[in-house]
Design a protein around this ligand. Structure first.
Ligand code: ACO
Ligand code: LMR
Length: 264
């Protein structure tokens, strides 16, 4: 029989060859006419599923709530400095995006991984926290530089409240809140932060929506889909910061000498 030459690339999420582009089989005209939102499009292109409305709305909330957190955070700071150095929009944006990682905004996947493992292994909060400490590791999803038990992060409250209203299970959130109770005994700023909250809530969502098999959930967590929410969300704010600097024609930034300890 005929032997097809192996292709260099395999792609499974969309098709641009026909008359109309499709996202995971759904034509773009349906996407516009049937009022698919950005959460639905992420459902099709990342999760290869038509997600239920409450799940797509949750994704959109993650994007909206992570869109910006002021000019002082790592990402916005880098973007502002790059824009003021005269760099173009994409360079200013990626300069900020490149700060997203284990300490800032990019702790979502790792928090889903470690909380899932600890919960599935039935570790008590104390065993989990002290076990991480013994390994010399910080718990991803715990801790914040300015938010604390006395100055709660409204983003986390909004996400938790939404999940209570719409998700049918809350096992991972409940476990993370027990862990938070334990870490708060150590220091006031060791809260379940916005990264950690998105991480555990997404585990609850994946388990409770009934669309994903156990192995698929493992794969989502192992491949690391979830930092994507912060990356897409924060891009909105970073672009805003770059445009803001350009609009104001801000000059080249130089950090003040007096704010550096020259300990030569
Ligand atoms: N797990 C366990 N202990 C912690 C954690 C944590 N996640 N964070 C802080 N501590 C403890 C440690 O004992 C630390 O002492 P060490 O430096 O000897 O390890 C002590 O608190 C003091 O820490 P701080 O220096 O006050 O922590 P800081 O406030 O500078 O850090 C940060 C804040 C970077 C968010 C930190 O808590 C952390 O690394 N968290 C994990 C990563 C994370 O979740 N990042 C996302 C934050 S939310 C966002 O970016 C949108
Ligand atoms: C953010 O969303 O950028 C933050 O939670 C980090 C911060 O320090 O405010």
């Amino acid at each position: 029989g005929k032997v097809r030459k192996p292709t260099s690339i395999i792609s499974t999420i969309c098709d641009d060859r026909g008359e109309e582009l499709t996202y995971n089989g759904v034509p773009i005209s349906n996407i516009c006419q049937e009022q698919y939102n950005v959460g639905d499009v992420i459902g099709l292109l990342w999760f290869k599923r038509q997600l239920p409305a409450y799940a797509s709305k949750f994704i959109e909330m993650c994007l909206k709530l992570t869109a910006d957190h002021g000019p002082c955070v790592s990402g916005a700071h880098n973007t502002i400095v790059a824009a003021r150095a005269g760099k173009d929009l994409v360079s200013s944006l990626v300069s900020g995006l490149l700060t997203i990682g284990p300490r800032f905004g990019g702790a979502i996947d790792d928090s889903a991984r470690v909380f899932k493992e600890a919960y599935d292994r039935k570790l008590s909060p104390e065993e989990f926290v002290e076990g991480m400490k013994a390994k010399g590791k910080r718990i991803p999803g715990i801790g914040h530089l300015i938010k604390s038990a006395d100055d709660i992060d409204k983003r986390v409250v909004i996400l938790k409240n939404y999940s209570k209203e719409h998700f049918s299970s809350s096992q991972y959130l409940d476990y993370a809140l027990e862990v938070e109770k334990y870490t708060l005994q150590k220091a006031n700023n060791l809260i379940l932060n916005v990264d950690g909250c998105i991480g555990v809530l997404f585990l609850d969502l994946l388990h409770s929506c009934g669309l994903f098999k156990k192995e698929e959930i493992e794969e989502i967590v192992n491949v690391g889909y979830l930092n994507g929410f912060f990356i897409v969300g924060r891009s909105i704010g970073l672009i805003g910061h770059a445009l803001d600097q350009k609009r104001m024609r801000q000059p080249l930034y130089r950090h003040p000498w007096e704010d550096v300890l020259y300990d030569v």
